[in-house]
Design a protein around this ligand. Structure first.
Ligand SMILES: Nc1ncnc2c1ncn2[C@@H]1O[C@H](COP(=O)(O)OP(=O)(O)OP(=O)(O)O)[C@@H](O)[C@H]1O
Ligand SMILES: [Mg+2]
Length: 519
């Protein structure tokens, strides 16, 4: 029998809600008259991992920003441990035990402070002027935090300026700091997009430990494998509404349908090319990616998608930047269509028809304040302008085409990039290079942060550019992403090639074995 209150009303639901770490009731949010979240009601139980899924622009980060006190002008109610909560600032949210690792890496990192100071930041802020946490004590506390989380950071790392840390270590730092406060709710917005496989494993182990300690976790990711392994429950947001709520074992067909409106298979058929076919567009001979490593030879062929897979530090970005003239190779030689190719800077590469979609897309790829259309046409400004005058009609048309081709969620081509969700910003940066058929197209981690629908769209577009005569090179740390798009798979480790194979010779197991044998 269900529990009732004195008036005989069924209160089992209320009891469930009172036990929730955090509960949202009818939460809504609009930007400039556009509804972004509509009537979201959700309980998050302590000791559980809830995965939040949704296409790019569905409202995931907006929901998270409400819970973390960033957006305060929302409708509806948020309760923390059963009590109405006033999340009127990020500090207020943290004091109520809600810790968030935001989508943009580096948010919350304080440059100029050491790694240790960044780790104990919160305690430092509260102890303001109090000598308690100075010098040796600060270092001791930082040591304690990192050891508790198994980060293996030596004192010399802890003393470094935080800006000397790589992207993935910064991400781990933010996570460690969030966990050091023993939160009630831990929110992770795409935490693995900058991590290598091994680092992601470490993060998963941490999340599992937190869950077992009774912490509630809200987890946003576009990687289904990750969610399947980690989450106890999944909810789907589509156009600002919760459309699906499942507990394990998950029904992925149904989840994908709820997410993307149309049915999508969880996996796609691989391209079937059994060997080299097209003409060689670009060839490298004797190029050394790292000092002291063997030189490599590589031919990129017309009509072919070559996938280079390797862990963080394998040399993928060095290869891409060298080909693009951003950091010319120190040794060896390159030919493009049989003629010497020696780009000294990216503009040389672009002129020769070699295009690169860079890995770090937030930092230098988008111009804030500019419209989508202008940002998309940025690499082609020269060809779109005549004697310094922009052909805005062409620019707008290019913007509209890209928005349509990759399903960018935006008001129109005149929206500024700041108005876009994280994944939609990524689509813009990738999309602008897909507008023209280059001779050689290099995509460095093109799928980071984009949803499954967009991943398919980008893959299809890259394949059709190959069919139109481009040689396409895709670099990724994710074996499955590479297998989904590439005709040919190259395994790179420490700057050297360990496998270069087509079709059945590039079977998933073989690729994974080669990677693990090479570390
Ligand atoms: N500051 C803003 N001004 C105007 N519109 C915004 C703003 N922030 C977000 N939006 C809009 O709100 C919608 C939801 O964005 P949100 O960032 O929550 O999406 P998301 O689900 O996190 O997507 P992604 O997977 O790409 O990170 C999008 O249409 C976005 O354009
Ligand atoms: Mg987001």
């Amino acid at each position: 029998m269900s529990p009732t209150d004195r008036g005989g009303r069924d209160i089992s639901h209320d009891i469930g809600r009172a036990k929730a770490a955090v509960s949202l009731t009818d939460v809504s949010m609009a930007f400039g008259g556009k509804t972004v979240l509509a009537s979201v009601t959700l309980d998050i139980a302590p000791g559980s991992v809830v995965a939040l899924l949704g296409a790019n622009g569905a409202g995931k980060s907006t929901l998270i920003k409400i819970l973390s006190g960033v957006h305060t002008d929302h409708g509806g109610e948020v309760r923390v441990a059963g009590e109405p909560a006033a999340l009127h600032s990020p500090l207020a949210a943290r004091q109520l035990g809600i810790q968030t690792v935001h989508q943009r890496i580096g948010e919350g990192i304080v440059p100029g402070l050491s790694v240790a100071e960044n780790l104990v930041f919160e305690e430092l802020a509260q102890a303001r002027g109090n000598p308690f946490l100075n010098g040796g004590r600060l270092l001791a506390r930082a040591r304690e935090i990192q050891a508790g989380l198994g980060l293996d950071w030596s004192d010399s790392v802890l003393r470094k300026d935080v800006t000397e840390l790589g992207l993935s270590d910064r991400q781990l730092l933010i996570l460690a700091r969030a966990l050091a406060t023993r939160p009630r709710l831990l929110i992770l917005d795409e935490p693995t997009s900058a991590l290598s496989a091994a680092e992601a494993e470490r993060l998963f182990a941490l999340v599992e430990r937190m869950r077992d300690d009774g912490i509630a976790v809200l987890y946003v990711s576009h990687r289904l494998g990750e969610i399947d392994a980690l989450a106890d429950r999944l909810v789907v947001l589509r156009d600002g509404r919760l459309t699906e709520d499942q507990s394990k074992p998950f029904d992925w067909d149904s989840a994908l349908r709820a997410m993307l409106a149309q049915a999508q298979e969880a996996t796609t058929a691989r391209p079937v090319r059994e060997g080299a076919e097209g003409d060689v567009a670009l060839s490298l001979r004797g190029v050394r990616l790292f000092d002291g490593r063997a030189p490599l030879d590589l031919d990129l062929r017309t009509g072919e998608v070559t996938g280079v897979v390797g862990l963080l530090g394998a040399g993928k970005t060095e290869l891409a930047r060298g080909l693009f003239g951003a950091e010319p190779f120190a040794t060896g030689s390159a030919e493009l269509d049989g003629r010497p190719y020696e780009p000294k800077r990216p503009s040389d590469a672009i002129r020769a028809g070699v295009h690169l979609v860079p890995e770090d897309r937030h930092a230098d790829a988008l111009v804030p304040g500019w419209s989508l259309a202008r940002n998309i046409s940025l690499p082609f400004l020269k060809s779109l302008s005549r004697m310094g005058l922009m052909n805005t009609a062409k620019e707008d048309a290019l913007g509209r085409d890209t928005i349509a081709a990759l399903g960018v969620v935006a008001r129109d081509e005149h929206s500024t990039v700041e108005e876009l969700s994280g994944g939609n910003q990524q689509k813009v940066v990738v999309g602008r290079w897909l507008a023209e058929t280059p001779r050689v197209l290099i995509l460095d981690e093109p799928f980071r942060g984009v949803d499954i629908g967009a991943r398919r769209d980008i893959g299809r577009r890259a394949r059709s550019l190959a069919a139109e005569g481009a040689a396409v090179l895709v670099l990724s740390a994710d074996v499955d992403e590479v297998l989904e798009i590439a005709d040919r798979v190259v395994v790179l480790a420490a700057g050297e090639i360990h496998l270069d194979a087509y079709g059945e010779d590039a079977e998933r197991d073989r690729v994974i074995q080669t990677i693990s044998a090479s570390v």
